[in-house]
Ligand binder design. Structure first.
Ligand code: G3P
Length: 217
């Protein structure tokens, strides 16, 4: 499973990237706003740091302008994936940009039928939003399962990029189902390391190290 980091914060990406935990990065207008940075400038910095795909989202809602924006975004670096919303115009832009040989991430996916359309339009990635479905008392994981089944039934190569990840269980469940990629905030990825028995076990070892005066260096 690939790990993408869902942030436009350079320092947070760098910390995880140094550990080999970053297979790509996703951004969106809200994350760019949060960073307080210029979209082109910050995206260029991220692309220079990370080898894998870096999603940068268009701002337009009509296909023609989305395509023009996408063509500008891909000039930033060779690892840009143009992010378009799952609208009819977004699908048109996806088809044109993917036919041109660019990576396209179709975002704001909330149904398996939408995911099927994105695959037909040549999307490189489909981004189902797990957390936002859970927010309205629906089952985000059921959507990931449905998309996995449908893509496997027909051999679609579009990668399932589980997004709107809010918890470590979202990551675990996505891995169990076989999502190709998860994108999560750095805090959620880092929280995967936590286990109370690890802390308890380490406390006991540290007490014995102290009691026995064990030294290595
Ligand atoms: O990757 C999409 C993600 O940024 C949305 O997450 O938590 O705003 O629903 P959230």
């Amino acid at each position: 499973m690939k790990f993408f980091v869902d942030t436009a914060e350079i320092d947070a990406i760098a910390e995880l990237n140094d550990l080999g935990m970053v297979d790509g990065v996703t951004t969106n207008p809200s994350l760019i706003k949060k960073s307080g940075r210029d979209i082109i400038e910050v995206t260029r910095e991220i692309c220079a740091m990370v080898d894998g795909p870096v999603s940068a989202e268009v701002t337009a809602t009509d296909a023609e302008t989305m395509i023009a924006e996408g063509r500008k975004l891909v000039e930033i670096a060779g690892n840009i994936a143009v992010k378009v919303p799952l609208t009819w115009d977004g699908l048109k832009a996806c088809k044109v940009l993917s036919d041109d040989g660019h990576m396209v991430n179709v975002t704001l996916c909330f149904s398996a039928n939408q995911a099927l359309l994105a695959a037909k339009a040549g999307a490189t990635f489909i981004s189902p939003f797990i957390g936002r479905l859970d927010d309205i008392n629906l089952d985000g994981m059921e959507l990931i399962e449905d998309i996995r089944t449908i893509y496997d039934n027909y051999g679609f190569e579009t990668q399932i990029l589980a997004a709107s990840i809010r918890s470590v269980n979202h990551i675990l469940d996505s891995a169990r189902i076989g999502a190709d990629v998860i994108t999560a905030p750095p805090s959620v990825i880092k929280a995967m390391v936590n286990h109370p028995l690890t802390d308890k076990g380490l406390d006991a070892f540290l007490a014995d190290i102290k009691a026995a005066g064990i030294k290595i260096l």
